[in-house]
Write a protein that binds this ligand. Structure first.
Ligand SMILES: NC(=O)C1=CN([C@@H]2O[C@H](COP(=O)(O)OP(=O)(O)OC[C@H]3O[C@@H](n4cnc5c(N)ncnc54)[C@H](OP(=O)(O)O)[C@@H]3O)[C@@H](O)[C@H]2O)C=CC1
Ligand SMILES: CC(=O)N[C@@H](CCC(=O)OP(=O)(O)O)C(=O)O
Length: 345
């Protein structure tokens, strides 16, 4: 497969590069950059010296479309919606890591992203690439809206109990924590060293763009429209997301029963690992891998279920899930190029 990455110099872009370099079926044909074009990749990222020598190029759609089978967009929201339609017309498949094609309702996108939406026609074409849940749709897709990092951890953690109607959909609280790489490579006051080191802060409370994304899928999968409380926190670490979720149980279920349900639900899904009782996952245990690890505690005292879900934000939360979707879309084993054990410590 010949592949182009647009936004190859960002954190998700270089993670895609790292993963695809080890993919037996992928040829990295074009690495595209807006601000660094005509530079060698190793000038921008010396850690690729001798690993991948390649020139960063500007985006020339007709030229790129002639040579590639798939384009990944690892660009900020508001960019891919301008280029995806033309690639699709050329018959090139697109995998978008940004939020541009995730929300089916254009008005929701405009409200939460404060930007004009992609066309309804292309929103309809887009398949939401939560690989474990929508594998059959991904197989047929020409455009994948790769899920957001927090929604990936959240939805994989909530959906089995919600679909089984074991939890009340209007009682869900999600407490999300992310490492700083989640904010991308560009510099900002909120993410520089002195602001984040030895510090823990809540951000975007009530206004996070992942709220409608999570609610959209919870609604699709449960048939019930409900609102979630979603609070995000920035943690002084580089990689990793932990979402701790709380929901009222319809009736008491033991932690063991919950674990059995999830094991059954994710049977044959190699990237979701269910933890045994009294064992809650840590971000380091999935770092640099495509795993999502989930642990549980059902509290008979309060009638509530606590779910702890962890991923690496740039792998399962972005580039790894994008490669998983590429594999499924192109008829390959979903694990191709993703047999990565976590980096620990
Ligand atoms: N970081 C993460 O953990 C996750 C990120 N995502 C999503 O992935 C996308 C990329 O994020 P991330 O890698 O963190 O971001 P970065 O800021 O690290 O990188 C974004 C890249 O996009 C390119 N770019 C910026 N503006 C434009 C433009 N107008 N036209 C074309 N290219 C542009 C830039 O490259 P250059 O300047 O060289 O052109 C830059 O390298 C975002 O939509 C993000 O929300 C999703 C899940 C997790
Ligand atoms: C730590 C941090 O700032 N994380 C970002 C993740 C953004 C992201 O992944 O954006 P999309 O999925 O919407 O494209 C945030 O919370 O907004």
């Amino acid at each position: 497969m010949n592949i182009a990455i647009v936004g190859a110099t960002g954190y998700s872009g270089i993670e895609l590069l790292r993963l695809l370099l080890n993919h037996p079926e992928a040829n990295l044909t074009y690495l595209i950059s807006n601000s660094q074009s005509n530079k060698q990749l190793s000038e921008v990222y010396p850690h690729f010296s001798g690993v991948k020598e390649s020139m960063l190029k500007t985006l020339d759609i007709p030229k790129v479309a002639k040579e590639v089978d798939v384009v990944f967009f690892a660009t900020p929201s508001g960019v891919s919606k301008n280029f995806v339609p033309e690639f699709l017309e050329y018959g090139v498949k697109c995998i978008d890591l940004s939020g541009d094609f995730r929300l089916k309702d254009p008005l929701l996108y405009e409200k939460w992203y404060k930007n004009s939406s992609a066309s309804e026609k292309n929103l309809e074409k887009a398949v939401y690439g939560l690989s474990e849940i929508y594998e059959n749709d991904v197989k047929e897709a020409s455009l994948i809206a790769n899920p957001g990092c927090y929604p990936t951890a959240t939805l994989l953690g909530l959906l089995p109990a919600l679909k089984e109607k074991w939890i009340k959909s209007d009682s869900i609280i999600i407490d999300g924590k992310s490492g700083v790489s989640g904010a991308g490579r560009s510099v900002s006051i909120g993410t520089h060293f002195a602001e984040t080191n030895e510090n823990l802060k809540a951000y975007k409370l009530g206004s996070h763009q992942h709220i409608p994304e999570i609610e959209q899928i919870l609604h699709t999968e449960s048939g019930i429209q409900s609102n979630v409380t979603f609070s995000t926190h920035l943690v002084p670490m580089t990689r990793g997301i932990m979402c701790t979720m709380y929901a009222d149980l319809q009736e008491h279920k033991s932690t063991g029963e919950i674990i059995d349900l999830y094991k059954q639900f994710y049977e044959g899904k190699p990237f979701v690992r269910i933890r045994p009782e009294d064992h809650w996952p840590t971000t380091k245990e999935v770092s640099a891998s495509n795993y999502c690890d989930i642990g549980f505690m059902s509290d008979a005292r309060t009638g509530r279920l606590t779910i702890v879900s962890v991923i690496d934000n740039v792998v399962k939360g972005a580039a790894g899930q994008a490669v998983q979707n590429l594999n499924i879309m192109m008829g390959l084993d979903a694990k191709t190029g993703l047999n990565l054990s976590p980096v620990y410590p």
